[in-house]
Design a protein around this ligand. Structure first.
Ligand code: IMP
Length: 431
């Protein structure tokens, strides 16, 4: 029986991981975020109430489950505090079930400014970031100048690091961007006020998780974004600044890779992408508008309309390989309920030749055109269906075909946003 399961996005993010993590949390003791920051937007609907989390692990809505923000996450403490306050107001947060790694790097106000300004400078080469300061925060981490959550616990050390960072950043902000710089004392006071509130949660989370594992606790590792946004394995440079793939669950939490039992990939029954970068199966015009409206495809973080397109089997097979997927969760199947015809991309045409392996190379991908197979739609409401066998035959065939093309079996299907609009085929924790 699996105890430690990693959930990752198998596409370009927004696959519906929040809902799936929320459901699987029932079987887990701890939910851990291991990368990314509040560029993520995880939507969970419980009793008709909609919750959108950006930083908080999606398991927070469950009583008696611990939530961990791991070492690999970048934390905007103002956002975190805002999410804690919302949960407190609703009486969901009890202060005992949140743990933040002292190693997690902080997103500072200058990171947000730099993210937005640098994107503007890039013009049509822009990445289309969420503007939340994610890239600049990871840049500082790699440059070994970043400030960690643990530094908030030592006022003098924090002030010293802040001073050094602001001096360097102001140089760029004032002389290159020609903008007003940041004042050390202002940022210091803002962050110290927040530190007072979040300090009790900052601990050595790697040790906490190690101890929990030894006590046979079950842990769900909640990935953010998706495989194709991974900084190493995605469509670089149109990616985020962290590793979004299953391996990151280990380094992003300080848990040895041999302790992870399973990796489950979440994929929509079609494809979406936010921001710039190649997207071979992208639709435009009325067809795109229909799918976008039906699927409610607007960013949970930025509200941006998502780009939408047909299912890409090459991308899924690639995600299966990079993550070592053991199972698939196919979400938003119901969004396809009213379509007469569906297309699935089974190959690309590249410079006159057919290729069947996903090239994780943005320049090459730009030149790829999809080769489709056509499926007939099922034209029936699937949202009330609870068992795979009860799905319309054509929907079953569609799912079976995606499994065949990816080589991975579906363990769950999602046919609506609510918890009960789910078809459990094989619970990854219990079977
Ligand atoms: P950043 O992570 O804000 O630096 O943005 C880099 C790229 O990743 C942009 O194309 C964003 O739209 C995309 N991105 C970041 N987070 C998410 C997410 O949670 N879902 C979908 N796309 C995302």
């Amino acid at each position: 029986m699996a105890k430690n399961i990693v959930i990752v996005g198998a596409q370009w993010g927004d696959e519906g991981k929040g809902k799936i993590v929320d459901i699987l949390t029932k079987n887990a003791d701890i939910v851990v975020r291991f990368q990314g920051g509040n560029n993520a937007g995880h939507t969970v609907i419980v009793n008709d109430e909609k919750y959108v989390f950006h930083l908080m692990p999606s398991g927070i809505l469950h009583e008696n489950k611990a939530c961990v923000i791991g070492d690999g996450v970048v934390v905007d403490p103002e956002v975190l505090l805002g999410e804690i306050e919302v949960l407190e107001e609703k009486g969901i947060f009890n202060g005992k079930n949140l743990h933040i790694s002292k190693n997690a790097h902080l997103i500072m106000p200058y990171h947000k400014r730099l993210d937005i300004s640098k994107e503007r400078l890039k013009g049509d080469q822009k990445i289309g970031t969420t503007g939340r300061g994610i890239g600049p925060a990871y840049e500082d981490k790699a440059a070994r100048t970043g400030i960690k959550c643990g530094d908030l616990l030592d006022e003098n050390l924090f002030r010293e690091k802040l001073k050094r960072n602001i001096t360097e950043k102001n140089h760029y902000i004032q002389n290159v961007l020609h903008q007003v710089g940041f004042e050390v004392h202002e940022v210091y006071h803002t962050y110290m006020a927040i530190a007072e509130k979040i300090a009790p949660y900052i601990i050595d989370t790697s040790h906490y998780l190690y101890t929990a594992m030894n006590a046979k606790k079950k842990i769900l590792f909640e990935g953010a974004q998706g495989t194709l946004l991974d900084i190493d394995h995605g469509t670089y440079p149109y990616v985020t600044s962290s590793n979004t793939t299953a391996g990151a669950a280990s380094v992003g939490t300080g848990i040895g890779p041999t302790r992870l039992d399973k990796a489950i990939g979440i994929t929509k029954a079609y494809t979406t992408r936010v921001g710039e970068g190649p997207f071979p199966t992208e639709l435009d015009g009325k067809e795109a508008d229909r799918l976008r409206e039906h699927g409610g495809e607007y960013g949970a973080t930025t509200g941006r309309p998502r780009r939408v397109g047909w299912f890409d089997a090459l991308a899924l097979r690639y995600a299966a390989r990079i993550n070592g997927l053991d199972g698939l969760v196919i979400t938003k199947l119901d969004v396809l309920d009213n379509l007469k015809k569906l297309k699935v991309c089974i190959g690309y045409k590249y410079k006159g030749k057919k290729i069947t392996d996903f090239p994780a190379d943005a320049a090459m991908l730009e030149l790829c055109t999809p080769i489709y197979e056509i499926h007939e739609g099922w034209f029936e409401d699937t949202t009330k269906i609870k068992k795979f066998e009860k799905l319309p035959k054509k929907a079953q065939e569609y799912i079976r075909r995606l499994e065949e093309l990816s080589g991975i079996k579906a363990v769950m299907l999602s046919v609506g946003a609510a918890r009960n609009e789910t078809i459990m085929i094989k619970n990854p924790f219990t079977r």
